[in-house]
Ligand binder design. Sequence first.
Ligand SMILES: [Cu+2]
Length: 483
Amino acid sequence: MKKIAKTAMVVASALFLSCVITSCSNNEAPTKENSEAISDKMEGEEIAVLTDAPNVPAPITRKHPTKMIVNLEVIEKEMEMMDGVKYNFWTFGGSVPGKFIRVREGDFVEFHLKNNASSKLPHNIDLHAVSGQGGGAAATMTSPGHETQFSFTALNPGLYIYHCATAPVGMHIANGMYGMILVEPKEGMPKVDKEFYVCQGDFYTKGAYGEEGLQQFNMEKALKEEPDYVLFNGKVGSLTGEKALKAKVGETVRLFVGNGGPNLVSSFHVIGEIFDNVYPEGGSTLNHNVQTTLVPAGGSAITEFKCDVPATLILVDHSIFRTFNKGTLGMLKVEGAENKSIYSGQQDDRIYQGEGGAVQTMPEDPSTNVPSKPLTKEEKMTQGKNIFESTCQACHQSDGKGIPKAFPPLASSDYFKTDKNKAITAVLHGLSGKVTVNGQTFDGVMPKQTLSDGQIASVITYVLNSFGNKGGDVTPADVKKLR
Ligand SMILES: [Cu+2]
């Protein structure tokens, strides 16, 4: 199945490619016999439909160039960069990234840049799809309450970034002034089932990641290229939970991926998938079977894949601290029938001891690991501290205070204050969904920890007697009851 769909996609793409290389001198106007023929004759006029991420306008079915009228409005507006964290964004069309523009190779684009009267500053636009001074920037410096106009012919097919180029350019981009324009090749693009628009950007705020309230732009951090936030589509969580992208098993998906920068290069990767096709840098070369593709600042990539099995695919910048600590995490939920021959799921979990090399048949119940002699509380504290440092600390931090918005505090936590079983259960079975700890809401995922009853007893005893918690003692038997 996959092979066929993939081959079809490859063949179609190769066709598109060969046409690009030989530049397809197919000039004949459509005739009765050949109404599908590709024409270079300019016909008609259209007003471009613009969309907000993650949506893209419908594929172009026209076989001829037209006059495309694009109306794009700059709006400066306060929006959230993360729940509770506000930022005064400067936008192309009211959101970050800016509106997606879709035209066809050869189209004559009449571009109207409007700057909302409520704006405080003039702005302009540099479209990387434009051959001409400043990519249009020189013709579009637009004061608040004004509209400028220029035209260009979309000579080169590809996926392009556009951005504001008003000084200080870095600051305008850092405030969200970028978006994408796709110039479809005249032959069109191979058909896929789903297309999405995902655009990365790095953000520099006065406060650290997660600090609430209205955040100001921080020029020092921007100069050092040390962003607090690295985001897909302008907000932490823009593509997770309810807002996750969706597809079905068997469907082909195309991602139009961009990177507005201003500084970082993205190592774009989808956990749990392999890109069947990639157009590196958004150009016309076709690559296959790619795990991670680079998306330069001010650049793009087009990736395509078939969803083979049900899974929650995770979109990341594989410069991975950005994903788990700065925001570049999105989801694509693929639903449908399982195919155990492609992916089986876990088939076994057994204890492996490196030393003796012996693979023991798994005690389904690690409580058989309980040492014959019960540990004293002091011994538990020592063992618990070791486990905490090797296992829990990475997320909950060495002082147990966690990370705002990401990992809840274990220090003085009111979550398990009156019920130590809640702490045991979290470690034993994992924890996900909304939890409130000391008045702060968290909506993350704590993976279940593979520890024995004795180890869990020790680490929870350690937590209960550390970080300002009120004390207590947990036995392996307490853990066993909840397993
Ligand atoms: Cu600007």
